[in-house]
Design a protein around this ligand. Structure first.
Ligand SMILES: CC(C)(COP(=O)(O)OP(=O)(O)OC[C@H]1O[C@@H](n2cnc3c(N)ncnc32)[C@H](O)[C@@H]1OP(=O)(O)O)[C@@H](O)C(=O)NCCC(=O)NCCS
Length: 380
């Protein structure tokens, strides 16, 4: 194991900030940092969210850092030295869109539960702010994940748009408010426990097929995306990025093209992820007008993530959202019978998508509170 190279930091006797080394592979000695970030996220998520399901894997971090074309990613960590080597006790992650949102920085800071209230979060936040400003960014978006907790005695915060709430006394909420950021959007995380009753899924499939009729034909695939569909698949991702309600967040849609889909496919393969997509083709035009994706990794055998679901505007109202979801759930059950749950994220201002998920049996399981505001100096 190598020692992290120290950089000038606002360090204390027990911890210091370090730019994590970027290893060629997880077999390298330098992979201690990415492995440590993954361990830290798993510990913090278990404590804060009640489950480490959504924590990233070390290979996911490595592959993400290898892919900087559409989203630049910068990291900083807080470490303490132990007899076994450096331990990662804090992590800051900065995302910068490359082809859109030139003013925006997205920052996430997580501190190990046993090392909180020592100023590590503040120091990492200062790094986020200073680095973002040095990159010419003027706005900060801070997503704060929260678990399925009961209402807080300290009260609940609601964004100006009025949908969704988050407990006012969560550490991340307090930190975001101290930075002068405003709650602009709450996303709901929902969980569907598996196995789903096959007769329920097939009833939804049959009902939605009856409404959609012969005008639409369904296609299901696993990696790689068939070349025939790749452009249209990218157009659906673009439509999702253009149309998704974002509450009060000031975030532009991003750029999606076939090259980006190919890059995502390569990243999915490098991480060892697998997926199943179901799409609906409008028979008369040969155009893909709806799709949904479920993605998973066998390093996390119990859970699956719902990724994008979209129906093009002019084809809404034909139950295509439910149709592609029901077919995809059936295929997922066949491909991955051991999965125990699926997570999905919907913003609270998307009632149609939420209604489909509730009907399918998804239940609320926490969420993400998105704060945004001008980049101001960090707290001392
Ligand atoms: C939020 C988090 C990063 C803070 O880390 P930390 O190392 O404890 O932070 P600091 O000690 O530097 O405290 C920073 C400020 O956050 C606020 N804060 C943090 N924990 C708090 C708590 N339990 N109660 C009240 N305020 C709190 C305070 O404003 C604090 O400043 P103060 O100590 O001068 O009052 C940490 O609690 C965490 O990892 N939470 C889960 C992940 C998360 O929500 N991250 C934010 C998403 S971007």
């Amino acid at each position: 194991m190598t020692t992290p190279s120290s950089v000038p930091t606002p360090s204390t006797a027990t911890w210091r900030l370090v730019t994590p080394p970027h290893p060629a592979s997880l077999d390298d000695a330098e992979a201690w940092a990415y492995r440590g970030i993954a361990d830290l996220h798993a510990t913090a998520a278990a404590e804060d969210l009640g489950s480490s399901d959504i924590a990233p894997t070390a290979i996911g971090i490595l592959v993400g850092m290898n892919n900087q074309t559409y989203l630049r990613k910068l990291r900083q960590i807080a470490v303490v030295d132990t007899p076994a080597g450096p331990q990662v006790v804090g992590s800051a992650f900065l995302f910068l869109h490359v082809h859109s949102n030139p003013e925006l920085a997205i920052g996430v800071v997580v501190v190990h539960p046993e090392h909180r209230r020592q100023g590590i979060g503040s120091a990492l936040t200062r790094w986020v702010q200073d680095t973002a400003r040095a990159e010419g960014r003027t706005t900060l978006l801070a997503p704060v994940d929260f678990g399925p907790a009961p209402d807080s005695a300290a009260g609940m915060l609601t964004p100006a748009s009025g949908s969704g709430t988050v407990a006012a006394d969560l550490p991340g909420v307090r930190l975001a408010q101290r930075l002068g950021l405003t709650l602009e959007l709450v996303e709901r995380r929902s969980r569907m426990d598996l196995p789903a009753a096959p007769e329920v899924v097939s009833r939804f499939e049959a009902e939605s097929r009856a409404v959609a009729g012969d005008a639409y034909r369904v296609h299901t695939w696993t990696a790689p995306t068939p070349e025939q569909w790749i452009e249209q698949y990218a157009a659906l991702e673009q439509a999702l990025s253009d149309d998704e309600p974002r509450g009060g967040l000031e975030v532009e849609s991003d750029v999606w093209d076939a090259d980006r889909i190919r890059g995502e496919e390569a990243a999915i393969a490098a991480k060892g992820d697998r997926y199943v997509v179901t799409a609906a083709e409008h028979v008369a035009t040969g155009r893909l007008v709806a799709m949904t994706m479920l993605q998973w990794n066998d390093l996390k055998p119990e859970h699956t993530d719902q990724q994008a679901t979209v129906v093009l505007k002019e084809h809404r109202g034909h139950r295509l959202g439910m149709l592609v979801k029901a077919v995809n759930l059936r295929e997922h059950a066949r491909l991955r019978p051991g999965s125990r749950r699926i997570y999905t994220w919907n913003n609270e201002e998307n009632p149609h998508m939420l209604a489909i998920n509730v009907a399918l049996g998804f239940v609320p399981a926490g969420g993400c509170a998105n704060f945004q505001g001008p980049l101001t100096p960090a707290p001392e």
